[in-house]
Design a binder for this molecule. Sequence first.
Ligand code: GLN
Length: 192
Amino acid sequence: MIGVLALQGDFEAHRKALQRAGVGAHDVRSRDEILASTGLVIPGGESTAMRLLMEGTGIEGAIRAVADRGDPVLGTCAGAILLARDVEGPRAPGFGLLPMTVVRNAYGRQLDSAVVRLTDISRAVLGEEPLEAVFIRAPRISAVDEGVEVLARRNGDPVLVRRGNVTAATFHPELTRDSRVLTVFLSGRASA
Ligand code: GLN
């Protein structure tokens, strides 16, 4: 049973996308519910709000435990920001589950939201078909450490990355009918 972190943001769309793909999914709001899940999605929304709602709840530690034990973790947009090691714009602490730097709201007002067909994708992992991606006030992944696989880029910037069992997308795969990002997430394995 995959847990979808339901503190804030578009958790409902994620739960429905998983269920549409035939994957058991439920909303999780507490440390214990997260620990009882066999995988976790951290949705898009507002990363600052989510961070505040998590304070003092033990949720961050539970997310870390799920990732450390090798279960798949997916962060999209605000969720990707929370998973990063370094967050800028403004500077904030990240969970450090993905060794990368993200810059919040980096694409500016004119470019901030768009539907794009991504063609610069890992064909070995995602196949030939371009990946439709919905960006909403997306963060920019400005740097990734060695060991982080880049599975898709937009104008050269990484937008879908993973390391072992932890996957992050700066776009919203839950808003399209394409289930390839879910497949990548669910097949994630611990690298160590
Ligand atoms: N701009 C949001 C943030 O910085 C992320 C936007 C999203 O999740 N769609 O948290």
